[in-house]
Design a protein around this ligand. Structure first.
Ligand SMILES: [Zn+2]
Length: 68
């Protein structure tokens, strides 16, 4: 499993969300139209197909955070 990032329209940064997906089978369009919690500004943003990604290092970040 990996964490999805959303492009924060306030800061312009890629922000972590609380959405966990299987990166091998994830279809970004499944999240489009949902409001996702933004890890940068703390608000919720409407997801768009170009404003979502699962970075390759997401795996590692998730494993590190769950260990703590
Ligand atoms: Zn934001």
């Amino acid at each position: 499993m990996a964490l999805v990032q959303i492009k924060c329209p306030r800061s312009g940064l890629w922000a972590w969300t609380d959405v966990h997906v299987d990166p091998g089978h994830w279809d970004p369009s499944s999240e489009v139209g949902r409001e996702l919690a933004c890890g940068v500004c703390g608000e919720r943003h409407l997801a768009s197909s170009r404003g979502l990604r699962v970075p390759p290092w997401s795996h590692t970040a998730l494993a590190t955070s769950s260990a703590g």
